[in-house]
Design a protein around this ligand. Structure first.
Ligand code: ATP
Length: 511
């Protein structure tokens, strides 16, 4: 589905709104509507259940957003959590220098893709893409150009040679996407952390940061949790919470926000065993996505070649969003970097006594970190479909449907009396709603013709509709309609709650 349609559907059907819309909005801030919050909570529940409640050696935590300022010094965020920015002097628009250069390369990549598609058509079934890419003169030349531009950019960025990054932008004659002007300022590093001020302490001393990741609350509590919950290495601490980043280039809806939610788990292991655990968590996390029904070709690993200073291995799970493959989740082997840094700056030991080895050590850490909002966007873009279905007059009509896995669907079941003015039907429907509401998020809807009500439920992804008609009053049966197959069956009214509960249970994702 087109990305514009995904965004429009999210607004029209109560999933996501622009923040402060009546004041023309605030860039990169969004609010979740009535169905959005249900979907988001269900995603979190699935994550929490699979990461915390189904592992005896992983426990939860909810740390404060504000932390001692030294935390961010120790973690490296004060000195190194930067984006290279450049301003266009004419349009006054600000960009990430690396993204301007990457955008330039993406245009070359698009030309390569066109050549590949043309060749695919020409050669038909015999076409070997890898061979074509490595032998076609024009494609090889273009690919070499991309590689050399990106290599120069990465080298300059890691050497902090920002003057060269600007030269590269000028040499490539990159123009401001807004105004077409090539009149650029110098490139500067811009720290992504938001800061605020403590009320009772003036100046730098009182400067507080809004956490840019939830992980540090886990590291600083490592010993508290280990001792008070009697965990033995290897064990994990998981947390879901808000994080804040002053993202300059706010694009792509809830993909990149200034305030977002992370679901992170830090797994503490014996030094030397981290690569095994890294491989384990990579696979386990990929499986977690697949269990929701995400097709394998929409997911891929991207192993990092250039590693952050704290990591000895890192990979992203990328998802094919409507705007291409992008990072959805990161799995990082963070070594003992964070705990050692906190140990040094706080002067407090953050070591574990391993009774089996009879020695103390600072554990190594393997992290899994996923943005809840990105996961939401991935699921919404995957679920939203338009399809042609048979209509009641024997013809065809188009319906908009969100094919969520029932376990994460915002509303599990709608209860629909055939007629709204029939007291008996209304009462039977309300009774059914009361029987269901303790177990699942159910909805009672009596307005409009039944066909329109079905369409409304399809549009928010409700897996089941239960229709109450006159036969219900005679034999205690209702019609159950399944969203994807459109199949309708009569079942006993007493059976309905168990059917809905079982088919929409998170348990379905584990068996
Ligand atoms: P990106 O390269 O896209 O900026 P990142 O590598 O900085 O992401 P991490 O620091 O690894 O991201 O954060 C872990 C996860 O948090 C990401 O995989 C992503 O799902 C989510 N995330 C990070 N930044 C944002 C943001 N600004 N808005 C929404 N989600 C985000």
């Amino acid at each position: 589905m087109d990305f514009k349609n995904v965004v429009a559907h999210c607004k029209e059907y109560a999933f996501v709104y622009q923040s402060s819309e009546i004041y023309d909005g605030l860039a990169a801030a969004y609010d979740y509507g009535p169905y959005g919050i249900e979907l988001k909570n269900n995603i979190k529940e699935y994550w929490w259940k699979s990461m915390v409640q189904m592992h005896q050696n992983i426990v939860g935590l909810d740390a404060a957003i504000f932390m001692h300022p030294k935390v961010w010094k120790a973690s490296g965020h004060v000195d190194a959590f930067n984006d290279p920015l450049i301003d266009n002097k004419d349009s006054k628009k600000r960009y990430r220098a690396d993204q301007l250069i990457e955008g330039y390369c993406e245009k070359i990549e698009n030309k390569i893709r066109k050549d590949v598609e043309k060749a695919r058509k020409r050669f038909g079934d015999d076409f070997d893409e890898a061979q074509f890419r490595s032998t076609n003169g024009r494609v090889v030349e273009r690919q070499e150009r991309i590689d050399s531009i990106l290599k120069r950019m990465n080298d300059s960025l890691s050497k902090e040679d920002l003057a060269d990054v600007k030269s590269l932008i000028e040499e490539l004659e990159i123009a401001c996407p807004d105004s077409g002007s090539k009149n650029w300022t110098d490139v500067r590093q811009f720290n992504l952390m938001f800061s605020t001020q403590l009320g009772n302490v003036a100046g730098e001393e009182g400067k507080l940061y809004l956490r840019p990741e939830t992980a540090q609350g886990i590291f600083t509590n490592f010993l508290n949790v280990q001792k008070s919950s009697r965990q033995k290495v290897p064990f994990g601490i998981a947390q879901i919470g808000k994080a804040f980043r002053n993202e300059i280039v706010a694009r792509q809806f809830i993909f990149r926000m200034k305030e977002f939610e992370q679901m992170e788990m830090q797994f503490f292991v014996r030094p030397g065993t981290e690569m095994e655990w890294y491989a384990h968590w990579k696979e386990t996390r990929l499986q977690w996505h697949k269990a929701l029904g995400v097709p394998a070709d929409k997911l891929r690993f991207h192993d990092h070649e250039k590693l952050a200073h704290y990591a000895n291995a890192a990979a992203d799970i990328e998802f094919e969003f409507p705007f291409g493959f992008r990072e959805l989740e990161g799995i990082h082997s963070r070594t003992d970097f964070d705990l050692t840094q906190h140990q040094e700056l706080s002067g407090k030991k953050l070591q574990y006594f391993d009774p089996e080895l009879n020695e103390n050590y600072v554990p190594y850490v393997v992290e899994t970190s996923i943005g809840c909002d990105r996961m939401f966007l991935a699921q919404v873009s995957l679920a939203l479909q338009e399809e042609s279905v048979p209509d009641s007059k024997g013809g065809e009509s188009t319906r908009t449907v969100m094919k969520f896995h029932p376990a994460i669907a915002p509303v599990k079941c709608a209860i629909l009396p055939l007629l709204k003015n029939d007291e008996g039907l209304v009462k039977a429907s309300q009774d059914l709603y009361s029987a269901l509401k303790f177990d699942v998020n159910a909805q009672y809807d009596e307005k409009d013709a039944i066909g329109r009500r079905y369409r409304r439920q399809d549009a928010i992804g409700t897996p089941y509709c239960l229709t109450v008609d006159h036969q219900t009053l005679e034999d205690n049966t209702v019609t159950i309609r399944e969203r994807d197959s459109l199949e309708q069956q009569r079942i006993g009214i007493d059976e309905a709650p168990a059917i809905i509960r079982d088919n929409c249970s998170v348990k379905k994702l584990f068996v």
